[in-house]
Write a protein that binds this ligand. Structure first.
Ligand code: SAM
Length: 413
């Protein structure tokens, strides 16, 4: 197996070599090289100059890897905060890493029923293992990749957390699960790799471990949670399993399937906005919201609400209707003070025509627009340019379909 080595060239090297480099970085001299690399990055030193200084000072073996890890830490800081500067990552493992605050939330829920032992099935750089250990569990971290095991062991030790790291095949461990336990633990987190060769693997049968292992874990271990692709088809969610979609700042960041012992509802949309967490649940499919013509306000549901199939629940709460049976835009007579939607006052409803729209915007003195689209092939960026004018005013242009007719809803920003 090969790994993207933490050096700027992104050349792949054998795992043994990467493990050796990571071990060297974990020594006091490695720490000094990492500190120097961080300072050079902070000074915006040019890559070639930085590498030659690092190599001159710490040798070729430490210089390149220190620069590579310092760059990964710089990227990781946004999610991992100050912990990033004590942790080691490779490019691949950082790309696969979840958000620590969501892993903490997940660990707390998983262990709330009293489980004290937990296994992280495919630990990569250890995000889930660290969260489970922080939540107080005795943690076993499993990965078949030696680099992942090295990273998790280092990261746990660096953060003062106890995690037992093991080499095992998750497919085999799950197949051997008995009495609600896997790898000797009563709680489990599974986060299959959903990318291969730099590409997203759309068919869950191609994930690693594959979908069959996801289902087997959900069947065998009641206290478990599986991270899945946010695009997962609802038809795949097994009976009795809660599916949750999580958005942060208006973007979907993860989807989860909860084992039957920890499931408490049918679907859950979790919306994290401005640091606050809002949860919307439905114990059964709410079906489709009613459809009616646009009224005074347009409500754009959060993507977690849309993906979790809870638009009708929100419509019911807001007394709103869909503008089109196939499109997730809601409308009502009043703005909504709700975390589930963003509301815009509709000023005009017109059939889609760039010419008419330009005329209307000119008339209103609107020179800058934000374009949103749903159910239309329009390219928002191109339309923004086409609609740019001299006016000082601003507007939101929503390109969609109303009763299946291409329509523009002109809204106040
Ligand atoms: C998506 S990553 C996990 C990311 C991690 N949860 C995080 O947030 O940092 C999946 C991991 O599973 C490991 N893996 C995939 N298939 C495996 C298998 N059959 N047995 C053991 N580990 C496996 C990969 O090596 C990879 O490290």
């Amino acid at each position: 197996m090969v790994h993207a080595v933490p050096v700027p060239s992104e050349v792949e090297q054998p795992v043994e070599e990467v493990v050796r480099q990571l071990r060297a970085l974990a020594t006091p001299e490695g720490a000094a090289a990492l500190a120097r690399a961080r300072a050079l990055l902070a000074d915006r030193t040019d890559v070639v100059a930085a590498l030659s200084r690092l190599r001159a000072e710490f040798g070729a073996d430490l210089g390149g890897p220190a620069w590579g890890v310092a760059r990964q830490r710089e990227k990781a800081r946004a999610a991992f905060g100050p912990d990033a500067d004590r942790m080691l990552f490779t490019g691949d493992t950082l790309e696969q890493a979840g958000r620590p605050e969501l892993a903490d939330r997940r660990a707390a829920r998983l262990l709330a029923g009293g489980a004290t032992t937990a296994v992280d099935l495919g630990c990569a750089a250890g995000t889930e293992s660290l969260a489970l250990a922080r939540a107080g569990a005795d943690v076993v971290a499993v990965d078949r990749d030696p680099v992942a095991r090295e990273l998790t062991a280092h990261n746990a030790a660096a953060l003062g957390l106890a995690v037992q790291v093991r080499d095992a095949d998750v497919v085999e461990l799950v197949a051997a699960a008995r009495d609600g336990r896997v790898a000797g633990c009563t709680a489990a987190v599974l986060d299959p790799a959903r990318r291969a060769g730099g590409r997203r693997v759309l068919d869950p049968a191609g994930w690693s471990p594959p979908w069959s292992t996801v289902v087997a874990l959900l069947d065998a271990v009641p206290c478990c949670v599986v991270k899945v692709a946010p695009g997962l088809d609802h038809d795949r969610v097994p009976e009795g399993v809660e599916a949750e979609w999580v958005s942060v700042g208006g973007s979907i960041v993860e989807a989860l399937l909860w084992g039957r012992g920890v499931s408490t509802t049918w679907r859950r949309a979790t919306v994290v906005r401005a640091g606050a967490v809002h949860e919307l649940c439905a114990d059964a499919d709410p079906g489709r919201a009613p459809v009616a013509a646009p009224r005074g306000w347009l409500h754009e549901p959060d993507p977690a609400v849309i993906r979790s199939g809870l638009v009708a629940t929100v419509a019911d709460q807001l007394g709103a209707t869909l503008v089109d049976g196939q499109i997730a835009y809601l409308t009502s007579d009043a703005p909504a003070d709700s975390p589930w939607v963003t509301s815009y006052r509709i000023t005009d409803v017109l059939p889609f025509s760039v010419k008419r729209l330009r005329g209307l915007l000119r008339e209103r003195g609107i020179g800058r627009v934000v374009v949103k689209r749903r159910g239309s092939a329009v390219e928002p960026e191109a339309l923004v340019k086409q609609l740019r004018g001299k006016g000082e005013g601003r507007a939101v242009v929503v390109v969609t379909r109303v009763a299946d007719v291409p329509t523009v809803l002109l809204c106040e920003p």
